[in-house]
Write a protein that binds this ligand. Structure first.
Ligand code: ADP
Ligand code: ADP
Ligand code: MG
Length: 496
């Protein structure tokens, strides 16, 4: 067993801070890395030591493998935690760390390599009787080969980049006439985004839910699952709202999908924390891909299971046997997460970076905020526009839902547009409340007018309140100023 005394976190923002916190609780020394854009970032201040990697662009900073390895050697670092994004799913980097006697907190380079490629992943699980979406099992480059295949699968079909991630490189094709153009676009997109133009075709499942299973595996062959998360509220095929457990998964299915996920993990000798993603349609689930890292939405699983996933990852990396059995995993209540992106929901979710003029976090029972910013800071244009994750826990779904609405109302952000008003709209929507929503929620139910409607409702409430305050003022001469202040504070709040 290798004792880890010092960890370097090769990431930034909320996830860097989240990892540093657990390391601190475990008595492990920490090293942060940062780019010139992040000199004042919270993760830099929080860590025991910090190393400047270079200029703001990721390629010159957070993706600079040699610089990061060099920093580890210089500061006698035992292990690297890569977080998500950046180098987290880079098999080459994991190998390089290993070659330099630094523990990579994550699965083996081989497992990363197989699961980082959607086609290789499908091949690897082929012997395990895992349900899969109908589609091609190899990369397509020739349009003439694709025509009969797409016809056989049946339109609409989905073109996907084998190396894809973060919802990028996907194209829906509704009819044969569009196939050639969409294929060419997808190939060039995949080449520029992932340096790999391999694409394949899947049946496009029109109404579906995204269900994924959290996995933990140790280095001794023990693998367990920590139940499912549902992440069906997406824009651009990327998640915005997640919850655990899912309303549509029965106890029996939970066992089935959990076992399928464990088999996917076993197919690549998986160790560490990982996520197996499925698409769910009319009671059936199909394997999509495996993400070989800590997932953005891991806090909802932490809330319902009471397990600190980063702590488990570190213990596993040290060679410890899993301290928990499958039977120990219980579901306690319900949890929701919303991703607070610096994006304008009334303008097609376009990134809206700038200065966080006001930034006041929600607090109180059952509320967790993971973020990496403070009031007055700029959101840099170079990286993912996620500002924060707001996660809540309740004894049941309804309690958690109402708590989320309360927390969203407490959150005060000005200076940039965020996804919060959109999230508020979702949490009040009847199909979200009854569980019948799917991944097309945004297309089906959301228009910018919905947000304006919400604003108008707030104006109305503000109007009522001002009348009440005016009434109070006329009936009581004392505390006049207090009322005035109350009133303006309310207005400010309601109009935000
Ligand atoms: P999750 O699947 O954990 O919910 P996302 O799909 O939103 O998360 O991706 C998590 C982060 O990783 C985002 O910052 C996203 O941009 C990044 N990411 C995911 N896959 C890739 C990839 N293949 N290449 C580059 N960045 C990626
Ligand atoms: P990524 O690597 O970008 O995360 P995924 O394969 O996990 O790609 O798919 C991301 C999202 O795209 C899914 O959550 C789902 O909403 C949608 N999607 C993926 N495959 C299909 C499909 N065959 N039919 C319909 N939607 C799909
Ligand atoms: Mg995915």
């Amino acid at each position: 067993m290798a004792k880890i005394n010092k960890i370097l976190v090769a990431n930034r923002g909320e996830i860097a801070l989240r990892i540093l916190r657990t390391a601190k609780e475990m008595g492990i020394k920490t090293v942060a890395v940062y780019s010139e854009a992040d000199r004042n970032a919270l993760h830099v201040r929080y860590a025991d030591e910090a190393v400047l990697l270079g200029p703001p662009p990721s390629a010159e900073s957070y993706l600079n493998e040699d610089k990061i390895i060099e920093a580890c050697k210089l500061l006698s670092v035992d292990a690297i935690h890569p977080g998500y994004g950046f180098l987290s799913e880079n098999a080459h980097f994991a190998k390089k760390a290993e070659e330099n006697n630094i523990i990579f907190i994550g699965p083996s380079p081989e497992a990363i390599k197989i699961m980082g490629d959607k086609l290789a992943a499908k091949k690897a699980v082929a012997n395990y009787d895992i349900p899969m979406v109908p589609g091609t099992d190899h990369a397509l480059s020739d349009y003439n080969e694709a025509i009969p295949i797409a016809a056989e699968i049946g339109y609409p079909v989905l073109i996907k980049a084998s190396a894809g991630g973060g919802g990028k490189g996907m194209r829906v094709v509704n009819k044969a006439e569009d196939l050639e153009e969409q294929m060419n676009r997808a190939i060039s997109e995949a080449t520029s985004a992932f340096g790999d133009g391999s694409i394949f075709i899947e049946k496009y499942i029109e109404s579906n839910k995204h269900i994924e299973v959290q996995i933990l595996g140790d280095l001794h062959g023990n693998t367990i699952h920590l139940n499912e998360r549902e992440c069906s509220i997406q824009r651009r095929h990327q998640k915005v709202i997640e919850e655990a457990p899912s309303m549509v998964i029965s106890e029996k299915q939970r066992k089935e999908i959990g076992e399928a996920a464990i088999n996917v993990a076993k197919a690549c000798n998986y160790s560490s924390a990982g996520t197996v993603e499925f698409i769910y349609d009319k009671g059936n689930f199909y394997f999509l891909e495996m993400n070989t890292r800590l997932q953005v939405e891991h806090p909802v699983t932490e809330y319902i299971t009471g397990i600190d996933l980063v702590r488990e990852q570190i213990n596993i990396a040290e060679g410890k046997t899993l301290s928990i059995n499958q039977e120990d995993i219980k579901i306690n209540g319900h949890s929701f997460e919303v991703r607070v992106y610096a994006e304008d929901p009334s303008n097609n979710f376009m990134p809206d970076v700038g200065n966080l003029r006001t930034y006041i976090r929600p607090q109180g029972p059952g509320v967790r905020v993971d973020d990496g910013f403070e009031q007055g800071m700029d959101i840099p244009i170079y990286y993912d526009p996620m500002i924060a994750k707001l996660t809540v826990h309740g004894q049941n779904r309804e309690e958690a839902r109402v708590r989320m609405l309360r927390a969203i109302d407490e959150y005060e952000i000005t200076g940039i547009e965020t996804t919060l008003p959109f999230c508020r709209y979702v949490f009040e929507h009847e199909v979200f409340i009854d569980g019948s929503f799917d991944t097309n929620f945004v297309d089906k139910y959301f228009t910018p007018e919905n947000l304006r409607q919400l604003d108008d409702d707030k104006e109305l409430v503000a109007g009522i309140i001002s009348t009440v305050v005016a009434d109070k003022k006329s009936s009581s001469r004392s505390n006049n100023n207090l009322h005035e202040n109350d009133h303006s504070a309310w207005r400010k709040r309601l109009n935000n």
